[in-house]
Design a protein around this ligand. Sequence first.
Ligand SMILES: Cc1cc2nc3c(=O)[nH]c(=O)nc-3n(C[C@H](O)[C@H](O)[C@H](O)COP(=O)(O)OP(=O)(O)OC[C@H]3O[C@@H](n4cnc5c(N)ncnc54)[C@H](O)[C@@H]3O)c2cc1C
Length: 386
Amino acid sequence: MLSEQTDFVVIGGGPAGAAAALMLRRHAPGRRVVLIEAGRHDRPKPGEVLPAVAQGLLRQLGAWTLFSDTAFVENRTLVSAWADEPPGEKHSIFSAHGAGWHLDRARFDRLMLRAAEVAGVEVWLGTAVRSATRENSGWRLKLVDADIIAQAVIWTTGRGWGLARHFGAKVTAHGHLAAYSRFFDGAPGDCRMVVEARPEGWWYSADLPGRHRVVACLTDPDLGNGLRQADHWYRSLAATQFVARLLPAGAREITSLVKPAGTATIDPAAGERWVAAGDCLFAADPLSSRGIVHALRSGILAAYAVSDMLEGRENLARARYSMIAAQGFSDYVPMLAAHYAAAARWDTPFWQRRIPLKENATATPRQIMHISDGEDGSHATRHPGL
Ligand SMILES: Cc1cc2nc3c(=O)[nH]c(=O)nc-3n(C[C@H](O)[C@H](O)[C@H](O)COP(=O)(O)OP(=O)(O)OC[C@H]3O[C@@H](n4cnc5c(N)ncnc54)[C@H](O)[C@@H]3O)c2cc1C
């Protein structure tokens, strides 16, 4: 069996992994960086809206030129039918940051890996890391047909937490939201994104490159099972006031996906010669639209942290990284709770579970667990089917 040695391995090639690998090459150009990605980014993936603030991060990573040469859709208008008042429209022309983008996610993820390759990262596609064990001061990672030994590892496997026990980390689910998405083509673009609260949860739709459009319903998984059936999903869509109007008669469904979308965190954020980043560190509710920016930002910080570890500042790197990660989560919790509370006007299970927060916009993570689970806030990996 082959057994290679390297300075750094990044496990997972989504935006967090690509950002981490790119920043490692920029920060420590003499070091060997291998990125291992289980898939090939050749299938539709949710997570399409990239806020304008991402531009600074893409520039910092040296990926801006590649990004701006790609024809993604500019996000010109956000229509929000959320609180109990007439829908609001926000136009990017009035935003200090300008317009964000609606991505073809698979294409964006490929583009980021391309930028990493150009920067000197070795990208291994279509191969998953199956286990991680300590070896000397680093890690031995087992792949299907090879081992690789790294001095330090950045763990960015998104919502796939199968390696958690290998790193001695605990995953906590703070709610079990699920997304029932369908992708369409033949939808003439209008650069709009719509978010609409409904009794069963909330819907969003975004215009995507190539006359594509995504439409998704988000609800708790115990309430959303019927939405797996096309007729139920289309009936629920037809009852929306704004989202349904965005799909012209000629639009054709290409594919459907069901994905977990609840808030989850891991603890600790970093350990001996490893650091987690992106969703793997902190998976946010898509309502916050912060997933990709968080992935890029935490990937960059994780690269600094593992570089410090190799230069003998292990404890400082871990403490500093964990503190930044904890701060990001504590800022998010009250904001999300207040946002849901603003729309909680229906006597339906989805919204009733969120009503206690109406009284308390500074809710703790524990309270978020109560409203979304109705039960015990149990482990994220208990929902493998989502
Ligand atoms: C319905 C929905 C809508 C969303 N909408 C938005 C949005 O509009 N805007 C936004 O910013 N965010 C959105 N998000 C969140 C966003 O998609 C994520 O935050 C983002 O993809 C996180 O990036 P990541 O690199 O951490 O993880 P991922 O993008 O999940 O990448 C992880 C990668 O790791 C790979 N991997 C997993 N296990 C292994 C292994 N063992 N070995 C090797 N590779 C492995 C996977 O194949 C995957 O490519 C949405 C999420 C959902 C569910």
